[in-house]
Design a protein around this ligand. Structure first.
Ligand code: DGL
Length: 267
């Protein structure tokens, strides 16, 4: 396989990373993409760092066998807890979603402004966003809030049900009226609840996610390495660790993505 023809690997615990897949597909229509969703072991956000690191390394090794030229860790939990370990075993560049999320937020927040980071318990406990915001030299006030029920709601396909609004109000209503300039959707599942979250926070708060910025940084990385595929229509391949039909049905229902046949890889 020619270098440029090699696919970009993308992975998440389940469906959420498809929000990043979609942004990559839109920005890089010629690229071949291979997506892995760890549907047998979702959610990651309530698991230990050891477990998330072990799962992430297994998936990375599997995607490397597919001769990927770049790996996008389309999962905030894995990006928070496992990025360093993934980089140690990967001969190809590895991009996470935390730094792109920070970049997107900084465009939406004035100096001295307030940022609310939402994410899984594991991401919030790691304080990965607070650290990345500080490392970016951001002069903002940061609060982090774990919203663990959001992932199962999305994985159930219940993004527009009244229960989703109820859960969002329970987590976020205390922050409404607190002059939050930007809310970071610090989990790749959360963009699927964006409308509901925006409705709770009110018009003052910009809702930001990392998908588009992550896609742009993938493009930059490929350009830098001379690996950008010029023309033609890219292929998309989807692999999950369990229940492929369910994944395929939800990808279509929630994101309008036609996966075709989804393969299964069990670990
Ligand atoms: N979508 C993932 C994230 O961005 C993981 C959600 C989960 O599996 O708990 O954190």
């Amino acid at each position: 396989m020619k270098n440029k023809e090699r696919p970009i690997g993308i992975f998440d615990s389940g469906l959420g990373g498809l929000t990043v897949f979609k942004a990559l597909r839109a920005l890089l229509p010629a690229e071949n993409l291979v997506y892995f969703g760890d549907t047998a072991r979702v959610p990651y956000g309530t698991k230990s760092a050891e477990a998330v690191i072990a799962f992430s390394k297994e998936i990375t090794a599997f995607l490397l066998e597919k001769k990927i030229k770049l790996l996008v860790v389309a999962c905030n939990t894995a990006s928070s807890l496992a990025l360093e370990e993934i980089r140690k075993i990967s001969p190809v560049p590895v991009l996470g979603v935390i730094v792109p999320g920070v970049e997107a937020a900084l465009k939406a927040v004035p100096p001295g402004g307030r940022v609310l980071v939402t994410g899984t318990s594991a991401t919030v406990n790691s304080r990965a966003y607070s650290k990345a915001l500080a490392a970016a030299g951001a002069r903002v006030r940061v609060t982090e809030k774990a919203c663990p029920l959001f992932v199962p709601l999305v994985e159930e396909g219940w993004c527009a049900k009244p229960v989703a609004a109820l859960v969002a109000r329970e987590y976020l209503a205390p922050f409404r009226g607190k002059k939050i300039d930007a809310l970071i959707l610090g989990c790749t599942h959360y963009p699927l609840l964006k409308k509901i979250i925006a409705g709770v926070m009110g018009p003052h708060t910009r809702i930001v996610d990392s998908a588009r910025v992550a896609a742009a940084s993938a493009r930059r990385e490929l350009e830098r390495g001379g690996l950008l595929k010029g023309g033609g229509k890219g292929r998309s391949e989807f692999i999950v660790s369990d229940a492929p039909e369910r994944f395929s049905g939800l990808a279509l229902k929630l994101l309008g993505i036609k996966t075709g046949k989804v393969a299964v890889k069990r670990f």
